[in-house]
Ligand binder design. Sequence first.
Ligand SMILES: [Zn+2]
Length: 175
Amino acid sequence: MKYEEKFLIQFFIIFLTLFYTKLEHIEEETLLEEYLICRQCGSDITLTNFLIEKLSPVALSVVNQTIYENKRVLIQEVQNPLGIKFKIILLKQAHCAKFDTWSTIFSWFPGYAWKLCICPKCTGHLGWMFEPIETATKDQNFPSEKGFYALIYNNILLESYVNSLLMKESIFREN
Ligand SMILES: [Zn+2]
């Protein structure tokens, strides 16, 4: 084999190795866990990849629950000024419809302004969006990198849970 041919083959092997390493890396980065969907209409709202843990100093109670395989989630109970209690989970990302301006009145997270998170499809109340007060401007429609989402645990469902119910349903129908 000529020197040039050898060189070309070696170059090609190196190229392929690099290409596949890169591919693997991309797959690792975008590994999707589990969809959380709107309980009312079934729209995809977020992924369990985005769950975060941040305690509200005014939380009435906090539990750490396993919701999906080994995925633990911090569920905290908070209360609004009307005395209505909500169990919430926090996430870095979620799909909410555009909503009004930020409010700083009675925030469960000191230093953060909030606005409602409404389902973009059925307009059901899913929770709240939070953004640091200093960056909660009129132009900031959704939480920035420094903000987060608090979703009402009872208003969302794990997609795999819904699928398992549908599967059971079809088994019953077949029998
Ligand atoms: Zn919905």
